[in-house]
Design a protein around this ligand. Structure first.
Ligand code: GUN
Length: 308
């Protein structure tokens, strides 16, 4: 029987450990401050941003939203980031991605003060990651590492395969596993013999954003399978392809307008020793790690030594 890696459990442990640190910062100086910037309206981003600001409120972090219209120019966005860089009460700045096409994303991310780069996307943070120097790590891959650590899953000497090469998940994930002494392979849409590559994996990270793509034949029996994908099935045909003859899922589609599935086919998890469910696996950890990075930043900027 495969064991579930419960992201909510680990999220709760992370958030509980942050509470006393936030209380101390607030009592001695001020609450940590996080600014979240979202340009325009994108339904998925809106949910993420709402949840990020809600998590701040629940923990006692001063979270604020900045919502420029999608007609904003790169220059105007740079002006906003500069203003946030200068504010002493802001410890973290997050630019929700993706940005509209007409915005120079690289320039905007590079304009963030690296000491406030709680998302880990600034070129300085990326360099710190690659060189294995201390610095902010991208939240989702950092959350995956916490999950593996919490469950005592050994990484050193293991074959890890990361499917997906995004700047947000795939690449940072590969470096974190490499620094934990795994032998890492990065696969992507042009990889030859993808199933064969995946079957070599003791630790398989699925992060390519293709619904239920990795089927049982991609998974080595006994592998640890981490599914970072969050995909929405929106038609009865799509639902039936992944969950054939499942009236509960069709009812869910009717009620909610979509059914969420990861990059790993639900039936494939039976091959694994440990696996993350979707939803409830990796998802809850991204925000927990954002909160953790924000508290780390506040402590560093205020010269208060953290308890961790
Ligand atoms: N869009 C999807 N995931 C993320 C993330 O982790 N951070 C930001 N800023 N944007 C995202």
């Amino acid at each position: 029987m495969a064991t579930i890696l419960d992201g909510k459990l680990v999220r709760d442990a992370i958030l509980a450990s942050l509470k006393p640190r936030i209380e101390r910062l607030t009592a001695e100086r001020r609450p940590p401050g996080l600014a979240v910037v979202m340009v325009g309206s994108n339904p998925a981003s809106e949910i993420y941003v709402r949840n990020k600001v809600k998590a701040c409120a629940e923990l006692g972090i001063a979270g604020e939203k900045h919502l420029p219209l999608d007609t904003v120019t790169t220059e105007e966005l740079l002006f906003l980031v500069e203003a946030l860089n200068r504010r002493p009460d802001i410890d973290g700045i997050l630019i929700q991605l993706p940005l509209p096409e007409h915005i120079d994303q690289q320039q905007v991310l590079a304009s963030i003060d690296p000491s406030k780069d709680v998302d880990g996307f600034h070129p300085c943070s990326v360099g710190d990651l690659v060189a294995n120097r201390p610095g902010f790590r991208a939240c989702t891959p950092a959350g995956v590492m916490r999950l593996l650590e919490y469950y005592g899953i050994p990484i050193a000497g293991k074959d890890a395969v990361v499917v997906g090469r995004s700047d947000i998940v795939g690449k940072p994930m590969a470096f974190l596993l490499l620094h934990a002494h795994a032998t890492v392979t990065i696969c992507h849409s042009k990889t030859a013999n993808l199933a064969e590559q995946c079957r070599r994996a003791d630790i398989l990270i699925a992060a390519m954003g293709r619904p239920a793509f990795l089927t049982a034949d991609f998974i080595k029996p006994g592998a640890v399978v981490v599914d970072v994908g969050i995909n929405r099935l929106r038609t009865p045909e799509q639902v039936d392809r992944v969950f054939p003859g499942d009236p509960q899922r069709l009812a869910e589609l009717e009620e909610k307008g979509s059914v969420i599935v990861g990059d790993v086919h639900p039936e494939a998890f039976s091959q694994a020793s440990f696996y993350t469910p979707v939803p409830g696996g990796v998802g809850p950890l991204t925000i927990a790690m954002l909160m953790s990075n924000t508290v780390d930043s506040a402590e560093r900027r205020l010269g208060i030594r953290g308890s961790s």
